[in-house]
Write a new protein. Structure first.
Length: 188
């Protein structure tokens, strides 16, 4: 179960505009949240079905997406500042950003699957267990640090900047070091 972390003294109590309707909300006890989500239901449905504009095809389960978008909106309500405009506009932006994030994650996964399919089609019937052993032998000299770095970048899909920060490199330095390690592995 996910809980909302509301800071003491930093909550909104009052009327917020959701589309053309004013709804009383209290971010301290959750009063009015249900009414907000009832008013936003069509928008959540639209975002969940992938209506984000050209190039954003639906690649996810609609119910999962509804939950992700709704949860992001719920977390955003407690951060709402009435001076910034309508609550519905603020929640629309939050929900759309969540949908786009999910689209990008799905596109990355789809790209990896296409790459694996491409490799499989490019080398039909050439799978040899010896290839796996050869790869392991080539990476034996790397050590745990480099195996972890390679796993994070090429398997988990972590950003090079994140991995570099965690491992004490600059992104440029890590990129060069990874290229060097791969070049060494090709020579063995």
């Amino acid at each position: 179960m996910k809980t909302l972390n509301i800071r003491k003294g930093k909550h909104f109590t009052g009327k917020a505009k959701v589309f053309d309707k004013e709804i009383y909300i209290d971010t301290n006890d959750g009063a009015g949240f249900h009414e907000v989500f009832q008013e936003m239901e069509e928008l959540i449905e639209m975002l969940s079905k992938g209506h984000l504009g050209p190039g954003f095809e639906r690649m996810w389960d609609i119910e999962d997406m509804k939950q992700d978008v709704s949860l992001s909106m719920l977390e955003a309500i407690v951060k709402y500042n009435p001076d910034s405009g309508k609550l519905s506009t603020f929640l629309w932006a939050v929900g759309r950003n969540k949908a786009i994030d999910n689209y990008r994650k799905a596109a990355i996964i789809r790209g990896r699957i296409k790459y694996l399919d491409y490799i499989e089609k490019a080398m039909p019937y050439t799978y040899d267990p010896g290839i796996k052993i050869e790869v392991l032998q080539r990476s034996e000299s790397w050590g745990d640090k480099w195996k972890t770095i390679m796993l994070r970048i090429f398997i988990n899909g972590d950003q090079i900047s994140e991995v570099a920060k965690d491992e004490g490199f600059t992104p440029w330095g890590l990129t060069r070091a990874v290229r060097r390690k791969l070049k060494e592995a090709r020579k063995v």
